[in-house]
Design a protein around this ligand. Structure first.
Ligand code: DGL
Length: 263
């Protein structure tokens, strides 16, 4: 039994989609969330810069006494998680990668779209996952260039976003995908718009639930679950706009503390 918090970080507000899944599955756990929005987007940065930012976030979560770290960002996972695991050997890291495997298994057309950042799509981890789990399917991957800044600006449902998404999705639609994998934790916030733009035979999937299940499994195995009855605490820190981060959490009926922190 372990009452320290779960640490979660993302380049910004995207990881709140993962936080919600974790909170749903593990309602008794305290959490600390870092939204590194001042440095978003990570997806266009070099692997070295992504590692450096991930180290900064990790060290802050370790300093805040977290018992496990969820890298709630595909870009940071695919570029930095091996470095983090090799460097901070006393703490477990949970990462997130595009859900190619379930899409490949369920696809009828065997043509699957993956929408992710350039950082994720160009990483060697993405290439090896796509190779091992994508056997027998064609993957149409597209970089969602420009989407994260729009979502970070609170414009996920704007006309500007719709126009950009339509353009990005066009090659996938032409290729007749029947599954769309959301390979960036910001993108679940685009689902309402995606549903408007995509034909109904296309299934949208992301890895949020799987990450929450994996977090639970690792905590269970390490006997790190919080079994104590207590008033649950959720601390959110952003190094940019508190109001924007709050908007993405407004549907969560809980006692969240959302604050500005320079980090
Ligand atoms: N939320 C992120 C991801 O899952 C990163 C987006 C970005 O900062 O470019 O990839």
């Amino acid at each position: 039994m372990e009452n320290r918090p779960i640490g979660i970080f993302d380049s910004g507000i995207g990881g709140t989609s993962i936080w919600k899944e974790i909170h749903k599955l593990l309602p008794n756990e305290d959490t600390i969330y870092l939204a590194d929005s001042a440095n978003a987007p990570y997806g266009v940065k070099s692997p070295e810069d992504i590692i450096q930012l991930s180290v900064k976030n990790t060290e802050l979560l370790i300093a805040k006494n977290c018992k496990i770290i969820v890298v709630a960002c595909n870009t940071a996972t695919t570029n930095a998680i091996s470095y983090l695991r090799n460097t901070y050997t006393d703490i477990a890291f949970i990462g997130i990668e595009p859900a190619i495997k379930p899409a490949a298994l369920q696809s009828n057309s065997k043509i699957v779209g993956v929408l992710a950042t350039k950082g994720t799509l160009s990483s060697s981890l993405f290439h090896s996952t796509a190779k091992s789990h994508g056997e027998g399917i064609t993957i149409i991957d597209k970089e969602g260039l420009g989407l994260v800044p729009l979502i970070e600006a609170g414009k996920a449902s704007s006309v500007e976003t719709k126009i950009l998404l339509k353009e990005i999705l066009e090659p996938m639609l032409r290729a007749n995908i029947d599954y769309l994998v959301l390979g960036c934790t910001h993108y679940p916030y685009l689902i309402p718009v995606l549903k408007e733009l995509l034909p109904s035979n296309i299934t949208i999937i992301d890895s949020g639930e799987a990450v929450a299940r994996q977090t639970k499994a690792v905590l269970e195995k390490g006997e790190l679950l919080n079994g104590a009855k207590h008033a649950v605490k959720h601390q959110f820190y952003t190094n940019a706009d508190v109001t924007i981060l709050s908007t993405f959490l407004s549907d969560v009926n809980s006692f969240l503390k959302i604050e500005y922190l320079k980090f």
